[in-house]
Structure formats: C-alpha cells, structure tokens
Design a protein around this ligand. Structure first.
Ligand code: M6R
Length: 606
C-alpha cells in the first residue's frame, strides 16, 4: 500500500527521503516520487516502477534542499505511470502533496475547480489544487486555513504530507483513517506512514489521531485538532530495533520471519502464559455480561479468527462466530452491549477491520483487539488490547504474526476455558505446559527445512494446488493455500475435505497437487479417505500430519510428520511446514517473495 515520508531539518532531504521510501518498499508499490524545496521553489521527480527507476532519474537531476516529501504509490485511481505518481502539485507549483487513502468525492471537487488544469487521473491531484484555491495570502496561518478548508470539502480517507513553495522550512501533516506518525529528532523532524521508515533516525514519535493537522519545522511540532485547537500529545517511544527491520543474512524477510518464530513465540509466552492477571488485564475475568462473541479479521488474520472461534465455541451459553471483516460490516450482524468483538490485525490499520471495529463500538459492543503494531489505529480504538509482540513483520506474506495471533488466542481460550469451567485446573496446567513446548517444537520443524525444500522443488511444475483438511485443519489448509497464492502465484484453493465430493473432485487429475492437513485425531481416517479418492484420480498427494503410520505413507507421494502435541495446538505446527513449503515453491519459481505483485502489506483502503 502507498507509503509516505517527509523530512524537515538541517540535512539534505533527498537521501533521507529515499532511505525512508526504501524501508516502505515492503508495503507494495508501483511507482515513487519525491518533492524537495530548493529554498526558492519546489522541485519534483517521480517515476513509474521501483525505487531504482526514481534513483536513476535523480542521478541526472539531484534535488537539493532540506525540506521534502516522498511517496511510494500503489495505484487506485489511474494506472501506474510517471504522471500519476505522487507528489502532485497545483498548477503554479505552490502546493505539493503526497497522499495515502482515497478521496471519494474527487470527481465532484474536480468539476468545481474550473480554473485548474489537471494532468493526472488521480484523486490526489485535486487536493493540491483545492488547497491552492483556498490559499490566498503568503502567511502560515492562511496556509493552515487553506488546508482545513480543503479537508472540510474532502470525503474519504487520507494521510497527507504537504509543502508550500512560500515556506522552505515547513511541513504539514494531516491524518484521517490512514496512519501517520511524526518522528521527533534534534533540529530535524520526520513524518512517515509507518515507523519503519524513520527508526534509523529517531525512537520518539507522535502518533497523529484522526482529524489532526500538524505544522512541523526543524525545531517545533504543533499539532491541532479538527477545530484548529492546539493539542498536547505524549511522545510514543518506539522500541523496535533496527536489526528486526533488516534482512540479517536471509534471502528474504519472509524466511527470516519464519525463522524468528521460536523466539517471538517464546517472548510472547514469557509475558503472558503464566500471568495470573491475563484476563484481568483485558477486563475479561468473566463472560457473564456477554451473549455473543464475533472474531473478525481479513486474510491471514481471518484464518486466525476461524481457529479462535472454533475453540471458543466450546464455551457454554455464548454464541461465537468468526467473520471476514470486509463482509461483517455489510451483513447487519446483531450487535449490542452484550457483544464482545475480538478484532485481529497485524498492522492494526486494515480499513475493513477498522470499520468493523467502529461499527461495533457505535453499537456499544466491547472491543478486544489482538494486534502487532503498537499504537496503531485498531489498538488505540479498542477497549482492550493483546499485543502479539512479533516485532516488525516486513514480508507481505504474514507468517510470524499469524503464529502469534493463534498463540494469543490459545492463551485466551485456555484462560476462558478455565474460568468458564470447561476444563479443570489440572487440565489447564497441562495445556500451559504444552504451550510452553511450542517454541522448541517449531525449532524442530525449522531444523528440517531442507526436507521441505526438497519436497517443494518436486512440485514446481504444478499449476493447480488444492489444500484440504477438516475442522481446525481446514483453517490451516486455507492459510497454507493463501500463502502459496500470494507468493508463488499458483492457482490454489482450500476445501473442507468433505466438500471435495460435492463438486471440486471433478477437477482432479495428474496435474493437480493436493496438500492434506491431518492433525485432528477424530478425522484422520475421513481426510485420508478423501485423499485416497484424489490419488485414485491420479492427483499428487502431499500430507502434513501428526500421524506416522503406513496408511498415510501408502497414500502420500510425500509426507511431513510434525511433532506430537495436544491436538488443539497441532494446527499451528502444521502451518509452519506449510509456510516453508510455499516459500520454497516461490523461491524455486524465482519470484521476489517479499514484494508479491498486486499486494500490499497493509490494506488501508476498502
Ligand atoms: O494487517 P492485517 O493483519 O489486518 O492484514 C490482514 C490481511 O491483509 C493480511 O493478513 C494478508 O492476508 C496477508 N498478506 C497474508 O499473508
């Protein structure tokens, strides 16, 4: 998704902007650009394609100046092109803007701006023209008034960085429904849509809230609310280390993040597993006040939601359902003050998930979120938060965040089982001990990376892949399939194994790989029999399972046996092997794994 950086200080802006944009590459983009104030005027260089293209242009036309804004664009309105790339400027080049989000009423605003001539197809360009229209006097007060007047007219979502040719030392930031942080330096300040862009420079930040406008120079940061009243905010300390945002010797962030899992799971457990106040801290010592629990998320986070909902549905007298956040909003769900909404999101900024949260809050539901990014919108707007403490997840394909979302749900579920008397204290202690084993079992699987690599390389020519499983295994099948689609661009579909016979089996032939996930004891034979049906139609079979028996070996062309553990926790282990499987298929096919085409790390538009 689009990324924003801004700099004002004593140093040359261009290298700082480019460095920040490089840190944002992981979010996904198709073009990039920067605008730098030379002291006299604003100069803009932008280009379709990767940052290297922009750098090529800049090497012929270096931009000098200590104030600037930069952007990586992920096309929404208008195809990727030099012209549609940000920054966009008003016709007189007084105002330059970069924008994340969508201006829904840009066409009607465009019609009103009869004196402007537009060069791009973007919604963003209207913002520059609109501010310029309201900017009538070269004073900073008038410029701020013009920004307020423009945002008053705009409907939609936006994080904006704005510079004006009359003010070579002033940067303006605006936030609504898209993240924006201000990095606080010494004699220099920064803005960014994502803290990874600025952690090389500062650990102190202000997190802007919706409706806020910031006026920033090298020494001062003034933040105003939607009524133009100065607000005072607390500094937010960034505790992510720089190394965790670097590749550290791995070919791709995805592999690095897969291998970080034992450590981050262990870190999470050491904070939460034996914490007797775990439920108290999230204000959930009892569920007596709730009749309904919804768990919502998108993509991978939705798969974690499915696992959580299946496990929580064992709680007595409470309706539990997992919902895709993008659908939930439009399904008129029953929500009232007896509803608990559990929101799952790595980034904490996913537009659909945030909208589901806001809808539930409007209807007086209680919101508990399971989030990675500290200080993100979802975290801030929730009543309670469980932070999964994964550190930065750079790879677009989510791996460690998923495992930690599931771990957070496991810890939550075990605690709720105990207080709701679904299990005895003894059983609770036993489950705690089992959870404690997970980091070392994940390590055992990672140590066998080469086995999975060899298997994956056998299937590089497969064009279609089915993932099947039943119960919890079906949810892992979905997650495995999503990972393969995202990074290996293979057509892949997950099915509840029992559904195969109701249609999809018609597709099975020797060109199809069927990945079976079998970790739940009660369905071993059932899923195996579905796989046998596929085998007899010449499908190739790869099974990930806890069962080490001859029946499995007879059916499977390849199998990967995961370590034994309580069966509710086994799906998490199965998923680790599927992460590696997808990774090595994508690697074998030669793809840029961390930056899959058409995808963005954080989907901040609907
Ligand atoms: O940041 P979030 O967890 O809210 O993101 C939700 C999905 O966009 C995300 O999980 C997506 O499906 C990943 N690319 C999966 O690998």
């Amino acid at each position: 998704m689009c990324g924003i950086v801004g700099y004002v200080g004593l140093n040359e802006a261009e290298p700082i902007l480019l460095d920040g944009l490089a840190k944002l590459e992981y979010r996904g983009y198709d073009s990039a650009g920067i605008a730098v104030h030379s002291g006299q005027k604003i100069n803009i260089v932008k280009s379709k394609g990767k940052l290297a293209e922009l750098q090529k242009k800049l090497s012929q036309n270096e931009l000098k100046g200590t104030l600037g804004i930069g952007h990586t664009r992920w096309a929404t309105h208008g195809a990727p092109s030099d012209i549609n790339s940000h920054p966009h400027a008003s016709n007189n080049c007084k105002i330059a803007v970069v924008h994340n989000g969508i201006i829904e009423n840009y066409l009607s605003i465009k019609e009103e701006l009869t004196e402007s001539s537009f060069t791009s197809d973007t919604d963003t360009e209207v913002i520059a023209h609109l501010i310029n229209k309201f900017y009538t006097k070269a004073t900073i007060e008038n410029l701020l008034d013009a920004v307020y007047a423009a945002i008053d007219k705009m409907r939609g979502t936006y994080a904006l960085a704005i510079i004006c040719s009359d003010f070579p030392d002033k940067l303006i930031a605006v936030k609504k429904d898209n993240p924006l942080v201000i990095g606080v330096g010494k004699n220099e300040n920064f803005i960014a849509s994502d803290i990874t862009a600025i952690i090389n420079y500062t650990r102190d930040a202000y997190l802007l809230d919706d409706g806020e406008v910031a006026l920033i120079d090298a020494k001062n940061i003034k933040i105003f609310d939607k009524d133009k009243t100065l607000v005072s905010k607390k500094i937010f300390k960034i505790d992510w280390d720089i190394e965790s945002a670097e590749k550290g010797g791995y070919d791709f962030f995805m592999l690095k993040e897969i291998f970080e899992q034992p450590k981050v799971i262990n870190d999470f457990l050491s904070i939460n597993l034996y914490d007797e106040n775990f439920l108290h801290k999230i204000n959930l010592e009892t569920l007596e006040n709730f009749t309904r629990i919804y768990i919502v998320g998108c993509g991978t986070a939705y798969h974690a939601s499915l696992i959580g909902a299946r496990l929580l549905s064992k709680l007595p007298n409470i309706f539990v359902s997992a919902e895709m956040a993008s659908e939930f909003r439009y399904n008129e769900p029953l929500i009232d003050e007896k509803t608990l909404l559990i929101v799952i999101s790595q980034s904490g900024e996913t537009a659909d998930t945030l909208a589901a949260l806001r809808m539930a809050k409007e209807k007086n539901a209680r919101v508990l979120s399971i989030v990675n990014v500290v200080g993100s919108s979802i975290a801030r707007e929730s009543d309670n938060v469980i932070y999964i403490t994964a550190g930065p997840e750079i790879s677009v394909a989510s791996t460690k965040a998923f495992s930690l979302q599931v771990m957070a749900l496991y810890v939550l579920v075990c605690n709720l089982y105990k207080v709701c008397k679904v299990i005895s204290t003894e059983k609770f202690l036993q489950l705690q001990n089992e959870l404690q084993r997970i980091p070392s079992l994940v390590t055992e699987i990672l140590d066998r990376e080469n086995e999975i690599k060899i298997m994956a390389e056998k299937y590089l020519s497969c064009k279609n892949v089915f993932y099947i499983g039943r119960g919890l295994d079906y949810f892992i099948a979905r997650e495995g399939s999503l990972k393969l689609k995202e990074i290996a661009y293979l057509y892949s579909q997950a099915y509840a194994a029992g559904e195969l016979k109701h249609g999809p089996i018609a597709l099975i032939d020797d060109s199809i790989l069927i990945v079976g996930v079998i970790t739940q004891k009660n369905i071993v034979e059932k899923t195996l029999s579905n796989l046998k049906e596929c085998k007899s139609r010449h499908g190739k079979i790869f099974i990930v399972t806890t069962e080490n028996n001859s029946d499995i070996k007879n059916v499977a062309d390849d199998s990967f046996i995961i370590p034994q553990i309580s069966q509710i926790f086994a799906p998490l282990l199965a998923n680790i092997s599927l992460q590696l499987f997808a990774y090595y298929i994508a690697k074998g096919l030669g793809y840029d794994i961390d930056k899959p085409r058409n995808l963005a790390k954080s989907v901040t538009v609907e």
